[in-house]
Design a protein around this ligand. Structure first.
Ligand code: HEM
Length: 446
């Protein structure tokens, strides 16, 4: 741990002392999320979303494991087994709605978590590894959610599996064998359902493992903060417990209230009604659309409507479908390079006036992409998707590097404490109070 002033663990209870001497697990917890972990004193509510993502994963694991006790991953009975869960299993409806809507909440908090990172430059040195592992988690989440949606074996499950595995068929030469290999046949069927169920059960545990690495790599430099200025001494931090356990607890309360509202009053609001129709390979739905959290990427996929040809010859170099697939994967994979694309030495958007404007534009752009991705593949949505997709790539590949070189950032505060006290309306009184001066450390830090 890089904070020499962090409180040292001294077990108070004899049982804890006994355990800690043999397996220092209590020490590990204390140093990771207890009083032994100093955290910047100025974190705002946007720093709640990491813990909320952890809460969402826990909800998914608990509800998922119980659902799996009643679900049957056989194409002949999968749909009926889900209906059985909804009607016959005690509280089965609650479990299933919690799991389906839990996926949506998981993506909501992770999107907020990502946009927080984008605004405050959390991806910059020395936290590049935290960011890279975050992108890995995001990819794993997408794969898990996609496979989970196939399991109820409704119309959208079936046709979603057909469309998404069909994307791989766009790869030249090996594409079709790859699609057949993924599906375990020439069309989605029993083999598809079995392998998707197996992987859908496995991947959340892989995600949990990567989260441990994510938090481990975060705890080396410690959390960043809204100023982006690094911690300079004990006066800049407070112990994680009780300060941030309380703040995260409050965040978790708000999360659970909003989750309960959706669950009990509008449990089907975010789902597609066609998935209440059993899968039918003989009838293609008029409008195949993934879950809302994939819409921005789906819009990029569909934005390519023309093949790339060699001029004047008409020879197709890259078919439109392959262009769409490449662009969709590139839109996520380019996030891996972000720490090296944005070369500005200033982290936080609060001190980057130009960057801040473009951050807002990116947010609007992703919302527009999302809207178009959920709309039918017709005009004007296709054209808007094309413009918004081009803007998305331009933001990362052109605008960010230019901003980094021309922007004149605002002056940074000398320290976290200086920034906190400059904002405090009780500044004079606080400094007059014993133990609250800007050069003393807050209560609870040794
Ligand atoms: C299951 C998903 C995830 C979980 C449970 C998770 C958990 C956490 C936790 C607990 C923190 C510390 C508290 C906080 O800063 O909010 C954190 C920080 C961070 N996470 Fe995640 N995370 C997840 C996904 C992601 C993703 C998808 C990304 C980016 C692509 C990401 C990037 C970061 C970064 C850069 C930080 C450091 C923030 C800072 O100190 O400024 N995380 N994460």
């Amino acid at each position: 741990m890089s904070f020499p002033w962090a409180e040292h663990y001294t077990p108070k209870h004899p049982v804890m002392k006994w355990v800690d001497e043999r397996l220092p697990l209590p020490r590990l917890v204390y140093n990771a999320v207890g009083s032994g972990y100093p955290v910047p004193r100025n974190l705002n509510y946007f720093w709640n979303f990491g813990v909320l993502a952890g809460l969402a994963l826990t909800i998914q694991l608990v509800t998922g494991i119980i659902l799996a006790m009643h679900y049957a991953s056989n194409a002949g009975v999968a749909f009926d087994s889900v209906e059985h869960i909804m009607r016959d299993v005690n509280s089965g409806w609650l479990l299933r709605y919690a799991h389906a809507n839990g996926a949506s909440f998981f993506f909501i908090v992770v999107y907020l978590h990502i946009f927080r990172g984008l605004y405050y430059g959390s991806y910059k040195a020395p936290r590049e590894m935290v960011w890279l592992l975050g992108v890995v988690i995001f990819l794993l989440m997408m794969a898990t959610a996609f496979m989970g949606y196939v399991l109820p074996w409704g119309q959208m499950s079936f046709w979603g599996a057909q469309v998404i595995t069909g994307l791989f068929a766009a790869i030249p030469v090996v594409g079709e064998p790859v699609q057949t290999w993924l599906l375990g046949g020439f069309a989605p069927g029993n083999a598809t359902l079995n392998r998707f169920f197996s992987l859908h059960y496995l991947l959340p545990f892989v995600i949990a493992g990567v989260i441990i690495l994510h938090i481990w790599s975060l705890h080396i430099p410690g959390s960043s903060n809204p100023t982006g200025v690094e911690v300079k001494g004990p006066q800049d931090t407070v112990p994680f417990h009780p300060y941030y356990t309380a703040k995260d607890g409050f965040g978790a309360g708000v999360f659970l209230i909003l989750f309960a509202l959706l669950l009990f009053f509008a449990p089907n609001a975010l789902g597609h009604p066609d998935n209440y129709i059993p899968a039918n390979p003989m009838s293609t739905p008029a409008h195949i659309v993934p879950e809302w959290y994939f819409w921005p990427f789906y819009a990029i996929l569909r934005a390519f409507t023309m093949d790339l040809t060699i001029p004047f010859t008409g020879l197709v170099l890259i078919p439109a479908k392959l262009l769409g697939v490449l662009a969709m994967f590139a839109s996520i994979l380019l996030l891996f390079f972000l720490p090296w694309i944005d070369t500005s030495p200033v982290r936080s958007g609060n001190y980057r006036p130009l960057f801040k404007k473009f951050w807002w534009l990116l947010l609007v752009d992703v919302v527009v992409l999302g809207y178009c991705g959920g709309a039918p593949a017709a005009e004007p949505y296709v054209m808007i998707s094309q413009i918004a997709s081009a803007y998305y790539f331009a933001h990362f590949l052109i605008i960010l590097p230019i901003i980094a070189s021309i922007e004149r950032p605002l002056p940074l505060p000398g320290s976290i404490t200086e920034a906190v006290l400059a904002k405090s309306k009780f500044k004079g009184e606080r400094e007059a109070l014993p133990g609250m001066g800007s050069d003393t450390q807050p209560t609870g830090v040794a």
